[in-house]
Ligand binder design. Structure first.
Ligand code: SAH
Ligand code: MG
Length: 209
């Protein structure tokens, strides 16, 4: 948790109810320790989708389909594509997304993205945290002008702010790569980025029209 519990708890009291089927899916996923988005992230996505009304959305990191179904519930007309590579998650995602109209692409985003064409009005990046930088060239190409990239988990539970010696040795690669990613998206011409302490850290990037 990045923001203290008192504030998160208060903000939760202002949040919106989920449709019952999504509330169930959320609780099941949490119980099974599937790393789905946090409640305050739901509110940010809700704001962005209802304000921007993206016609096409690309999600990188489906897990069991919770966030994709949430986006679909907000914007039934949106064309949503979501990418997942892990079989254990796919098994559940296929079931949950069946009949939803959401397109599930099975494969490693590192390979899948280069094969995608066209553009997306919104991209939700929520996959392996050490790979965000690797996906960035494709994401920049796939993001429509005027479109928004939302990247989750960019503050790494707050440990992003520590020096590399303050983080566990095994987490250093992710720490270093995420810092590079954040530096790049905050300093690339033609893109505007703001980083928010929402969820596990959210970076909001706008590709200038
Ligand atoms: N967006 C989901 C949660 C995603 S969790 C939700 O909020 O409901 C992150 C997911 O990204 C995991 O299921 C993981 O298997 C997947 N993932 C990680 N690296 C990936 C990659 N390179 N390609 C495709 N999926 C990836
Ligand atoms: Mg996440």
């Amino acid at each position: 948790m990045i923001v203290n519990e008192l504030i998160t708890g208060y903000l939760a009291s202002l949040s919106h109810d989920l449709p019952p089927a999504l509330e169930d899916l959320k609780n099941r996923a949490r119980k099974e320790q599937v790393p789905i988005i946090r409640d305050d992230m739901l509110e940010l996505i809700r704001f962005l989708l209802l304000k921007e009304k993206p016609k096409t959305i690309l999600e990188i990191g489906t897990a069991v389909g919770f966030s994709a179904l949430f986006m679909k519930s907000l914007l039934p007309e949106a064309e949503i594509t979501t990418v997942e590579k892990v079989e254990m998650r796919l098994k559940e995602a296929r079931k949950n997304l069946a009949g939803s109209g959401i397109r599930l692409i099975e494969g490693d985003a590192g390979e899948v993205l280069s094969g995608l064409s066209g553009t997306y009005d919104m991209i939700f990046l929520d996959a392996a945290k050490g790979q965000y930088g690797k996906f960035l060239p494709d994401i920049k190409r796939l993001l429509a002008r005027g479109g928004i990239l939302l990247s989750d988990n960019v503050l790494l539970e707050g440990s992003i702010a520590k020096s590399r010696f303050g983080v566990e040795r095994r987490d250093r690669t992710i720490h270093e790569r995420m810092r590079e990613f954040l530096r790049e998206i905050t300093h690339t011409e033609g893109f505007l980025t703001v980083i928010l302490p929402v969820g596990d850290g959210a970076a909001l990037t706008y590709k200038e029209a």
